[in-house]
Design a protein around this ligand. Structure first.
Ligand SMILES: C[S@@+](CC[C@H](N)C(=O)[O-])C[C@H]1O[C@@H](n2cnc3c(N)ncnc32)[C@H](O)[C@@H]1O
Length: 258
């Protein structure tokens, strides 16, 4: 059977989609090692305090500090999923790997000029940063209502556990940046890492466990769904039919004794 010609409108639509695809960066041009050492001295520029950050560069439509932080955001799937769901909420990703953070920056820039979506994606941004060292340089006390650790590097070997992104010292920093009521979202496909994150969070006096059902009842279902499915690692786990372990905690308020 001979090829049928597409009607002109369909041809036009396909051409438009092709142009959009051309604008979006391709991962193959941003090759990078699988892991970066969080202890090595990267030549990173970082602000001395959160006040020193020019948020207008990151969030041009509504400059101001972010409310959500995606720590180790990888290729930015969570940022991009949440941006249109919460257009009034500023979200910052932190990523240590140069090429990966550049990819996310280029991806957001492209999305911002994509026809029909020009009003979206103004509320998400990324910094190349080592979150283990510089998190308080970006987030003021009690400024965040959500902090995300999605499929963090597992650092399987015992001697590498100190590189894990959840540890008692780092939890103190996360508790500082989160406002009372704010939520820590963690998810992983590594059972041992799940137990590690959960037990450290349970042992920390400023956090209490919050169930998935409670979060959904509070209207945070779309966030929980994005935590499960939006990121590149989460999608990979699905393709491999792996299990995902979610653990969420609420930052509690401690009444000061007079
Ligand atoms: C396994 S990937 C997961 C990425 C993403 N959250 C996802 O679910 O697809 C972990 C990411 O955390 C980044 N990372 C590891 N340590 C970090 C640190 N100290 N600061 C910032 N990013 C870090 C890694 O470069 C990597 O991109």
């Amino acid at each position: 059977m001979g090829k049928r010609k597409r009607p002109p409108q369909q041809r036009e639509d396909r051409r438009g989609q092709g142009q959009e695809r051309q604008l979006l960066p391709q991962k193959k041009h941003y090759r990078q090692r699988a892991h970066a050492n969080p202890f090595s001295d990267h030549s990173l520029d970082y602000p001395h305090t959160p006040d020193a950050v020019d948020w207008a560069v990151h969030f041009p439509a509504s400059p101001g500090p972010p409310e959500f932080a995606d720590v180790g955001c990888g290729f930015g799937g969570l940022l991009i999923a949440l941006a249109p769901l919460f257009p009034d909420l500023r979200i910052l990703g932190l990523e240590i790997r140069v090429q990966v953070s550049q990819y996310v920056q280029d991806r957001i820039a492209a999305l911002r000029v994509t026809p029909d979506a020009a009003t979206h994606y103004q509320n998400i941004s990324i910094v190349r940063a080592n979150a283990m060292k510089f998190l308080p340089n970006y987030f003021a006390k009690h400024s965040l209502s959500g902090i995300f650790f999605l499929f963090p590097d597992p650092h399987f070997k015992q001697r590498k556990h100190k590189a894990r992104i959840i540890s008692p010292t780092l939890l103190a920093e996360y508790a500082y940046a989160l406002r009372p009521g704010g939520i820590v979202y963690t998810i992983t496909d590594v059972r041992d890492l799940h137990e590690w994150m959960k037990s450290h969070l349970e042992a920390f006096p400023l956090f209490e466990a919050v169930s998935e059902d409670e979060l959904r009842a509070e209207g945070k279902g779309p966030v929980v769904d994005a935590v499960y499915t939006s990121t590149e690692e989460g999608k990979k786990v699905e393709r491999n039919a792996g299990e995902k372990w979610l653990a969420c905690f609420r930052r509690i308020e401690v009444a000061r004794e007079e």
